[in-house]
Write a protein that binds this ligand. Structure first.
Ligand code: PGA
Length: 273
């Protein structure tokens, strides 16, 4: 795994990484770049930076196809708390992505199992996801793969934990209004992506980051599964790195500092000796 704990600039680093990947791929109508995307508080600043990069002419989403991680069951595109609405308002409507190239599980699907199968098939038909960008929950969930989720899971319906309901209640008028179920890609669905990039910010994510970096792979912390991914990048800010051992931080900072000398000042616990 590649791990960056940054004193500053985590959002910027993630944005530039995504821009660099899209541009290096040189996508076309016949060969689009397939990008996995999250919702939530964490990616907002990244989306703002990606929009800015688009405005500056540094990236185009014309030949990018997006696969969102999840959607609440029972919420349609018009519902302000649906993830389709979130993506529309916070990202899609500001860039040149084609609406037909934006994919999110259908929260209103009558046959949820068929919808889950369709979503997996869609990803397969697209040739797989090039880069899956995501956040992590305070309990280590990724997408809506809650603690205890199968580490070999595919797209399906998940019951949300009380912790997730509580974390997400801030977006609703009351906890009772938070949907109790969601359609989500599985851990294995994300594992199949060429690369997985997870961003964690703030003290609330510190235990999840600790498990992801120092913990053993186990279903109670689904993020730990990505330790087994060939190309897993975890980026966090100083607060989210707060539970890690000093020597862990030094180890990853020294490796990263060798690859990226210009990043040394921003790496937490980087030192020359
Ligand atoms: P957050 O959620 O970005 O709003 O903290 C992350 C997650 O639950 O995956």
């Amino acid at each position: 795994m590649r791990f960056l704990a940054l004193k500053r600039g985590a959002d910027e680093w993630v944005c530039e990484y995504i821009v660099g990947k899209i541009n290096a791929f040189a996508p076309s109508a016949e060969r689009p770049f397939v990008l996995g995307l999250p919702t939530g508080g964490t990616p907002l600043a990244v989306y703002q930076r990606l929009i800015e990069a688009y405005r500056q002419g540094r990236v185009s989403f014309k030949y990018v196809v997006t696969i969102n991680m999840d959607e609440y069951l029972g919420l349609g595109a018009e519902h302000p708390q649906s993830y389709r609405y979130f993506m529309q308002e916070n990202f899609f409507k500001w860039v040149d992505i084609l609406p037909e190239n934006t994919h999110i599980p259908d929260g209103l699907a009558e046959d949820v199992e068929a919808e889950a199968k369709r979503y997996e098939q869609l990803i397969a038909d697209l040739g797989g996801v090039q880069l899956f960008f995501g956040g992590v929950g305070s309990d280590g969930h990724v997408a809506f793969n809650e603690a205890g989720s199968s580490l070999g899971s595919r797209t399906r319906v998940k019951t949300l934990t009380r912790q997730t309901l509580a974390d997400n209640a801030r977006f609703f008028d009351s906890m009772e209004e938070v949907p109790k179920y969601a359609l989500t890609v599985g851990i294995e669905t994300i594992m199949q992506a060429r690369e997985v990039l997870i961003l964690a910010k703030g003290l609330a994510k510190a235990l999840a980051v600790e498990q992801a970096v120092e913990g053993a792979v186990n279903a109670l912390w689904p993020i730990t599964r990505f330790q087994c991914h060939e190309r897993f990048i975890l980026v966090c800010d100083e607060a989210a790195a707060g539970e890690l051992k000093f020597k862990t931080l030094r180890y990853f900072a020294s490796t990263e500092g060798q690859i990226n000398p210009q990043l040394r000042e921003d790496l937490l616990c980087y030192s020359e000796d």
